[in-house]
Design a protein around this ligand. Structure first.
Ligand code: ARG
Length: 229
């Protein structure tokens, strides 16, 4: 299990819509000047100029990397903290990026094998963020199984807002928050199914990663994207 935990380094252009945010989170372009990330990665809704966004590159230090900055943040109105649901937010950029956007999944999707990615730690306890984007394939874990495991740790899973995914040795980790979890639609295109939200440690046996469930928030994300786009 080498290296996201248990993954591999992405090749250039494989995930063209994924971005890195300067507070140490990931995100994905839902529109040419709008990034979808986790609610816990940002502050409250309103004008926000301090977030730097690196896009269009696997290697954060590559010459081809595109840099933009935040103008406004819209955080899910119900957001309180990462484990209590509604963990999504949009960041409006100061310019339009000439990059592909990532569509939100249609219908209700909760089960399957998904791909997760980020520049976060490659193991629990490592203090290091990665220079290159890592990704891994993770199986979903049913909500009731996941809820039962986290109950043992004293955390209540908000099942309607969450998809659990991961297995021992393969997971997202600190610094991956806000990044996309993706699957393929019927025509083979990547669609966003989840947002990296939280977990107990990383890649631990019995404790999968928890992702915000896009299908639950799709209409709200779409409407807010339209307003910021
Ligand atoms: N909350 C973390 C962050 O801010 C993401 C943790 C994901 N953890 C996991 N075991 N899947 O980066």
């Amino acid at each position: 299990m080498a290296e996201v935990v248990g993954g591999a380094v992405a090749t250039s252009g494989k995930f063209p819509w994924v971005v890195r945010l300067s507070m140490g989170c990931g995100g994905a372009l839902t529109a040419p000047r709008v990034v979808l990330t986790a609610g816990h990665c940002v502050g409250r809704t309103g004008p926000t100029t301090g977030i730097k966004v690196i896009a269009g590159a696997v290697d954060l230090k590559s010459r081809g990397a595109i840099v933009a900055h935040s103008v406004t943040v819209f955080r899910a109105p119900g957001f309180r903290d990462e484990t209590r649901g509604d963990d999504w937010a949009l960041v409006q950029l100061d310019r339009v990026l000439d990059l592909p956007t990532l569509p939100l999944v249609e219908g209700t999707v909760e089960e399957g094998e998904f791909v997760v990615m980020g520049w976060g730690q490659t193991r629990e306890g490592s203090m290091r963020q990665e220079r290159k984007l890592h990704y891994a394939t993770v199986p979903s874990v049913p909500d009731d199984t996941c809820a039962a495991e986290y109950k043992k740790a004293g955390v209540k899973l908000v099942a309607s807002d969450s998809i659990c995914a991961g297995k021992s040795g393969v997971d997202t980790c600190q610094g991956d928050s806000g990044g996309p979890m993706v699957g393929r639609n019927a025509t083979g295109e990547w669609v966003q199914v989840g947002i990296v939200s939280w977990g107990l440690g990383c890649a631990r046996d019995g404790y999968p990663g928890v992702y915000s469930q896009i299908s639950t928030f799709r209409d709200d994300i779409r409407e807010a994207t339209r307003r910021l786009g």
